[in-house]
Write a protein that binds this ligand. Sequence first.
Ligand code: FE2
Length: 279
Amino acid sequence: MSSKPLLIAQISDLHIKAPASLAYGRVDTAKALERCVATLNAFDPAPDFVVISGDLADTPTAPEYEHLQRLLLPLRLPFAAIPGNHDSRELMRAAFPQTHCAHASGPLDQKLELGALDLVLMDSSVPGAPHGELDATTLRWLDATLASSRDRPALLFLHHPPFIAGIWHMDRQNLRNADELATIVRRHPRIRHIACGHVHRATLTLFEGRSCTICPAPNHAVDLDLAQLREPSFKVEPAALHLHTWFPGEGFGNLVTHQVPIGEFDGPHPFFGPDGKLL
Ligand SMILES: [Fe+2]
């Protein structure tokens, strides 16, 4: 393949607290974001864009967004963010005035053109509630935005997964009107991928025949309790992000999602010596 792929990094569920506060009394989410930003800055080749798919703050308060802004300052890549259930639309609008919102108020929906790709960021948050829902404004905007082209591949981003993942306390707060999203997805073959957050762990399924992922978090993971054995819990598992890699090509090209561990690791080391033989 001759053309350079487009790299879209996705990070999710940052849960930034006010300085010196730990999430759930245990997790230093600020340190976790610092490591995440360092990993993004060090990645070679540099990602073309970063999408932050919700839960940027935790409770949410203005000091949390101020802390978040300071933590994101070292990020050397362009980025956009959508709210999750732990966010405030108003505080996010104030924290990120450069955001190209589709509407003057209400949901923070955004469409971004990245080369030959459209990134469609949907606000699935419901103010004051943990579950997700795409309201009538977002659904109308989404359908019209997707109808504006037939041949540009589009990647959708939203916080709440539109599918059951098997973790009971998260499934009851996923996207409530997934059927309305499904109706729109069926109408637009140019949707190549749907990327979500909320569950803090890597998950892959198909949604209306399109690949659909949940991005892991830089901090803690929701416990993979698939049999309702425990009260809602979390584990501090290896932190990671997703790197959606779009290769131009026939039709809509091809999208490959890599999971990238956050942190510094030994290597890279060569497989082959100066003589061309395997070491
Ligand atoms: Fe969430």
